[in-house]
Design a binder for this molecule. Sequence first.
Ligand SMILES: [Zn+2]
Length: 97
Amino acid sequence: MARHAHEFSCTNCGWWNYPMLSDHMDGNYVIQCGNCGHEHYRTIEKGKVTDKRHSTEKAVTDLIHVMRSACQKEKRQLGVVAQLRNRLFAESMGGGV
Ligand SMILES: [Zn+2]
């Protein structure tokens, strides 16, 4: 079971969150900002966070609490290895870079 870091910026406080997601994750998730606790409703498909928002009326598969240590004000600079891994992951998902 592979895990990978997801990156998103909180629309409420603007901090960057880096939760670890598993490739088997599928469904409607609530991702909670590690800084301000703002809840982001996102649909995750095969461990990849989509741009789709799901409504609160739908059943929530799971709640993801982003740890404070996985949250920071400035955008994280990816290391060379991490960049390569992300590129390979994007290619394996059928998407370009
Ligand atoms: Zn926030």
